[in-house]
Design a protein around this ligand. Structure first.
Ligand code: ZN
Length: 700
């Protein structure tokens, strides 16, 4: 459930959030300097944004780089006495809306989702070029830094600037320092090289995960417990055996429902060895070089560097937060385990020392839910057919946020599955577009994420520039006899990613670099996790559900049982999140030579009660957050505290109350990253945030 705000332009905590050039497809060269050309005022504009050939990718990369070089040269050439906010920091900020940024975002999207290998490869090459350019000409550009400094030390003191402008100036200068601009030339060169190497390593790590198309081959007999239509939809090899992949819908279904242990075990091993062994060495290099980078920049460790501009500030604070929460959730996790093993399904046995085998845990949990709560997630999914659920979700958000969504008919910018939704405000002004790419495919980014393509901001005359966002997910496809049916966990994922998208579409700020989701990373999961809570409310669940055959809503007794089940495994869930948070922190703690395998095994043994990690499983090789989120995985739990506090407050006023929606947009979403998150929270809550709602909600 990642949020992407591209790292390769992640200077200024902020980013060249990108956009693209409509007129400039393959041959057009009529760039107007400093002008944002990629405007999306119609569905055709959105489609035209995406290059269809290798040549186009190369062209928009090269031309937008040249254009930005010129912009920067002009910025640097201004005499100190002539500097203003607008011609110095303003110009830098607008690079986030330039052809370069938007091209970069579009190209990054293609690298993640294009079914065409040639395009993906060209996109990857272009990204490396763009990353190098960003490092050489922006984040490590001493002349640029000096130009900005000249303004800060000179005319900034005379110009009357807003608080937000000062916030931007301070964040930017801090970020430059965090990129080594206050170091000597020799040291800065070392930093630059490391950053370039790291950008490539991170990209390789991510690509290796996306392009792992591992499968296992099984007979029909090995698939007992799974529904006929699911089996019928599986591909077969020439011997008539079934091919089972590691994509999320397939994996989840098999792990929860297949009664054949050997099948679960084999798929578990395939899933937990995605991108292994290739990513083990990439990860080790990444850790070693990040450690070197941190040391060169004067930090104790990469975690120290990575957290220094976050809400949490230091790894020590993050660890204290985790350990306190781990203590609070451990008793519940232990109790849950005891409950589960008290009634194991037929054929499941514990190890000699009373532990559960990891490929049994989803199966056991599903069995327990069915038997003791009379909850069958497969049957519940019958109430959430994709089309109706999307419509229901849109209805809820339309009401709360006073928006109108309109699905546009398009013919795939990169694949026929892709859908496009136009978003209008209450006055029918186009706020932007949202692309949805929701089904698994080979070589597609395998998790769920949101990506900003064009940030929400204003044009020079104060006019609204329509934003563009993309949600990528991997939900079950329709089969011969059933439409695409969403599990409750899929619906939650959808609400989560849509929460990021709304943040991006409604977070319209004057400073482009603060638009929408360009907030501190340990705050970015707040709006998304807050909206997840909606579907744990009886009336919302009812409103959202519609049986795919009968159109009936979820019956009240079933809703009651679903809600009773809410905290069924919250102890386990919190422990797992905390374990992954610690894993990320320990990987990036002081020291460049890490035994990534042992650290993972030790932590899993320590924190995952009753379920031992398998010696042959290498989950960390596909832990995609280790690149973009780096040491900041704790941010999920950290921001969930705020999410639940806010949700509690919103609930008091009614979940579909548009007045509360307005206030939430005004105080929080609409501000993007233009102020400290704590100030946004306080202004909405009218008090300091606290952990009460969080602990109560998780039953801790
Ligand atoms: Zn997220």
């Amino acid at each position: 459930m990642k949020h992407f705000g591209y790292n390769f332009f992640a200077i200024l905590g902020v980013v060249l959030v990108a956009g693209i050039i409509l007129c400039c497809r393959t041959t057009c060269n009529n760039f107007k300097e400093n002008e944002h050309m990629y405007k999306v005022n119609s569905p055709a504009d959105v489609i035209a944004l995406f290059p269809q050939s290798v040549k186009e990718i190369e062209h928009i990369t090269d031309t937008s780089i040249q254009e930005t070089k010129k912009t920067l040269e002009n910025l640097i050439a201004i005499k100190p006495q002539d500097r203003t906010f607008a011609n110095t920091f303003g110009v830098l900020d607008r690079i986030s809306l330039s052809n370069l940024s938007i091209a970069a975002n579009v190209i990054h999207v293609l690298e993640m989702v294009s079914p065409d290998k040639a395009l993906r490869d060209a996109a990857k090459q272009a990204i490396v070029k763009l990353q190098d350019f960003e490092i050489d000409y922006i984040s490590s550009n001493r002349s640029l830094y000096k130009a900005l400094e000249a303004y800060v030390d000179g005319n900034a003191k005379k110009e009357s600037l807003t608080d937000t402008q000062w916030f931007y100036i301070n964040e930017t200068m801090d970020d430059f320092k965090r990129h080594g601009l206050n170091l000597s030339d020799a040291r800065l060169n070392g930093v630059k090289q490391l950053q370039k190497d790291l950008a490539v390593l991170a990209l390789n790590f991510d690509t290796n995960i996306a392009q792992d198309n591992s499968t296992i081959t099984v007979s029909k007999n090995d698939l007992q417990g799974l529904e006929e239509d699911f089996i019928a939809a599986l591909k077969k090899n020439e011997n008539g055996d079934y091919i089972v992949g590691v994509d999320y819908p397939t994996y989840t279904n098999v792990m929860q429902n297949c009664s054949v242990e050997q099948t679960r075990k084999r798929l578990y091993m395939a899933f937990n060895n995605r991108a292994y062994p290739i990513n083990e060495s990439v990860l080790k290099d990444l850790i070693a070089k990040r450690d070197q980078l941190a040391k060169k920049l004067g930090f104790n460790s990469y975690a120290d560097l990575d957290l220094s501009d976050q809400m949490v500030k230091t790894p020590k604070n993050a660890e204290n937060f985790i350990r306190t929460l781990a203590e609070k959730s451990a008793p519940k996790a232990k109790l849950e385990f005891k409950q589960l093993v008290s009634d194991l399904p037929q054929g499941v046995t514990l190890t000699k020392d009373g532990k559960m085998k990891p490929w049994d845990s989803s199966y056991v949990s599903n069995y327990y839910k069915k038997k003791h709560f009379n909850i069958d997630e497969n049957l519940i999914s019958h109430y959430f057919p994709m089309e109706k659920t999307v419509q229901g979700l849109l209805d809820i958000y339309q009401k709360f946020f006073s928006l109108t969504f309109k699905e546009e008919t398009i013919s795939g910018p990169w694949h026929e599955d892709v859908k496009l939704i136009a978003v209008y405000d209450a006055k029918n002004v186009l706020l932007g577009y949202l692309l949805l790419d929701l089904y698994p495919r080979d070589n597609k980014y395998s998790h769920a994420c949101h990506s900003t393509i064009i940030p929400a901001t204003f044009g020079p005359g104060g006019e609204i520039i329509p934003a563009l966002s993309l949600v990528i997910a991997n939900f079950p496809k329709s089969t011969a006899s059933k439409p695409s049916l969403l599990k409750r966990s899929d619906v939650t994922t959808f609400f989560h990613e849509f929460g990021h998208a709304l943040h991006a579409l409604l977070g319209r700020t004057e400073i482009v670099s603060f638009a929408g989701t360009h907030v501190k990373r340990d705050f970015v999961e707040m709006p998304s996790q807050m909206l997840e809570e909606w579907i744990m409310q009886a009336d919302i669940l009812k409103q959202l559900s519609s049986h795919y055959q009968t159109g009936e809503q979820l019956p009240d007794p079933l809703i009651k049982r679903i809600l009773e089940l809410k905290n069924f495994d919250s102890g386990y869930y919190v422990q797992r999140q905390l374990m992954m948070s610690l894993l990320a922190l320990q990987y990036y703690a002081d020291g460049g030579q890490k035994d990534v395998y042992k650290i993972y095994q030790d932590l899993a043994k320590l924190m995952m009660f009753g379920v031992d990690p398998q010696p042959d499983a290498h989950y960390y090789a596909s832990f995609g957050h280790l690149t973009g989120y780096a040491a900041k995985y704790y941010g999920y739990m950290w921001s969930k505290v705020f999410a639940l506090d806010l949700f509690d407050e919103i609930k008091k006023h009614g979940l579909l109350n548009p007045e509360t929606g307005k206030k939430y947009v005004h105080d929080v979403l609409g501000k993007g990253g233009s102020a400290e998150p704590m100030d946004l929270l306080k202004s909405f809550l009218g008090r300091e945030p606290n952990q009460k709602a969080f602990l109560r909600d998780l039953g801790l």
